[in-house]
Design a protein around this ligand. Structure first.
Ligand code: SAM
Length: 245
């Protein structure tokens, strides 16, 4: 489907994505609330319940595309401040905001911030009990590379959880959602950062991302077992789960 937005060649995607998040880093958290009407908090909480992190000091989670830390903070809190979370992101500006927030929440002792690419993780095989990524994988140019890296760095018995925008499967909601995302989101982006185009790109990236079934197939392809998904809010977002067995 064409929504009248120009194609972004593969080689330029990462650069464009980096520009967007560098620009919005300081306003990212407020933008999230505005653009999802607060829903991202509900979806993130549901993701953490699904993970059900162990309340053990040795429990290690890697949160990729972790941005300003929302997922990692929730995991550490849910583990009774026992777990250790590594927040990995390609964007130093987002991580900077995350590290400041962590200080304020007194969570820094349980967190490590790493600037790196999801396609090439700087960790040894079998390092983590869980790998999480929320609203990040659709920004990664080579999704298959990111998924095989996820598989590699997980321990046997480790869990993969991917939260991402997905295909809306409710009549009417899909129309409202289209109107919201193609008009309102770029407008808000423009109002807050002065530039609509990067947001148009992000909205477009949601449309291009594989639907629930197709993404589940990609996760299986990367080697994961018992792959399932759960829709949130009529499929606006979906949580995919897989295990390294
Ligand atoms: N997980 C956070 C959340 O849910 O609030 C942040 C999500 S934000 C929409 C997407 C993040 O993906 C940005 O911080 C961006 O820098 C990061 N990102 C984009 N491409 C990446 C890549 N190739 N490797 C690692 N992180 C990437």
């Amino acid at each position: 489907t064409s929504y009248g937005f120009r194609e972004v060649p593969d080689g330029q995607k990462q650069g464009l994505v980096n520009q967007v998040f560098h620009k919005v880093a300081k306003r990212y958290d407020i933008m999230n609330d505005v653009m999802s009407m607060g829903m991202h908090r509900v979806w993130k909480d549901a993701m953490i319940s699904a993970l059900n992190p162990r309340k053990e000091a040795g429990y290690k989670v890697l949160d990729v595309a972790g941005g300003t830390g929302d997922i990692a903070f929730r995991i550490v809190e849910a583990s009774g401040r026992q777990a250790h979370a590594t927040v990995l992101d390609i964007n130093g500006s987002m991580l900077g905001v995350g590290a400041e927030r962590a200080e304020k929440k007194k969570l820094s002792a349980n967190l490590t911030f790493v600037e790196a690419n999801a396609e090439e993780l700087p960790f040894e095989a079998g390092s983590f009990d869980a790998y999480t990524i929320a609203f990040g994988i659709r920004n990664v140019p080579r999704i298959d590379a990111a998924l095989s890296e996820a598989y590699r760095v997980l321990k046997r018995g480790g869990r993969l959880l991917v939260l991402e925008f997905s295909e809306v499967d409710m009549p009417l909601l899909d129309k409202v959602y289209d109107a919201w995302s193609f008009n309102a989101i770029p407008q808000f982006g423009k109002a807050i950062t002065g530039d609509a185009e990067p947001y148009q790109y992000l909205v477009e990236s949601i449309r291009k991302f594989p639907n629930q079934e197709n993404f589940a197939a990609m996760i299986r392809q990367a080697g994961f077992s018992r792959v399932t998904f759960t829709n949130y809010t009529g499929g606006i977002a979906a949580l995919h789960s897989g295990w390294k067995l």
